[in-house]
Design a binder for this molecule. Structure first.
Ligand code: ZN
Length: 289
């Protein structure tokens, strides 16, 4: 992954003001880059035999043009290991000042944070758990929540599974989620097989017709419930699979009975029931976990 951020005026100004503000706090107001570098040397904050890499040299050159100082005299101030030592000198409230004043720009996030796709989650169940409203304001609500700093990522897309009729999304929520690259699947979780009504199945079919609807599931078998419920799950599965269309990606839930640690029996059932070779995303619970 290329961690370099393009050098341009905006970024150079931010880098310069960050270092000058850092100098003002750890030494005194009016500290220059060279002063800050001298302080680092006096404190023993030096790099050992590691000359700046091309992107640091380029960034230092831009800083030198902006500050009027000699790049070679403060090149090490571009290195994270020096900055982190200066950072450690700041009291917690000062660190908070820097965090909020110099939060990464979108461009920097794009270039530095790893990319990820969440291929399977349940936003409806999660929102209930954390007492969060899953509605068309979800995007605004979520941007107010602070992420855990050590797992900051660029989340490119999410697949969220609605498999409980009681929390199926309405059309406006489906559109909202789709607009933020959160793709919904519609399913009927096998554990609820004995409870679903014809109205639930009708609702399931209607949502499958929505243009935002790209996946079918999760459906399948969960043999962790009493044996008496297995037949009901198989009947439900046969019924719902009859609504499966070519355009759907199939999301399968497959969980073996207690003691069947690899879910062999439920796998065999699954293989005999999926209608034809097709794209599907399956997940299986390992009963040991
Ligand atoms: Zn799931």
């Amino acid at each position: 992954m290329d961690l370099r951020v393009p050098v341009h005026d905006n970024l150079t100004r931010r880098r310069l003001s960050f270092r000058l503000a850092m100098g003002a706090r750890v030494i005194r107001e009016g500290t220059t880059l060279v002063d800050l570098m001298r302080f680092c040397s006096a404190m023993g904050y030096t790099l050992h035999g590691a000359p700046g890499n091309p992107s640091q040299i380029e960034a230092a050159g831009a800083l030198a043009r902006a500050s009027g100082e000699e790049a070679v005299a403060f090149l090490d101030l571009l290195h994270w290991s020096i900055l982190i030592k200066l950072w450690a000198l700041l009291p917690v409230n000062e660190q908070e000042f820097f965090r909020s004043t110099y939060a990464l720009s979108l461009e920097e996030r794009d270039s530095r944070w790893p990319e990820a796709v969440d291929s399977h989650c349940h936003l409806d169940r999660w929102s209930r758990r954390v007492n969060f409203n899953l509605d068309i304001n979800i995007w605004n609500s979520m941007t107010c929540m602070s992420p855990l700093v050590d797992i900051e990522i660029n989340l490119r897309a999410v697949v969220t599974n609605f498999c409980d009729p009681s929390t199926y999304p309405d059309n406006s929520l489906l559109e909202t989620l789709y607009g933020v690259r959160c793709f919904s699947t519609i399913g009927l979780h096998p554990k609820g097989a004995s409870k679903y009504t014809d109205a639930d199945i009708q609702k399931f079919c209607m949502l499958l017709e929505r243009p935002e609807e790209v996946c079918f599931g999760e459906v399948e078998l969960d043999h962790s419930v009493p044996y008496a419920e297995w037949l009901g799950q198989a009947i439900l599965l046969k019924r719902v699979l009859s609504f499966l269309k070519e355009r759907h990606v199939l999301v399968l839930h497959c969980r073996g009975a207690d003691g069947d640690i690899h879910g062999k029996e439920v796998h065999m059932c699954l293989l005999s029931k999926v209608p034809e070779p097709r794209d599907f995303f399956g997940y299986v619970w390992d009963n040991r976990m």
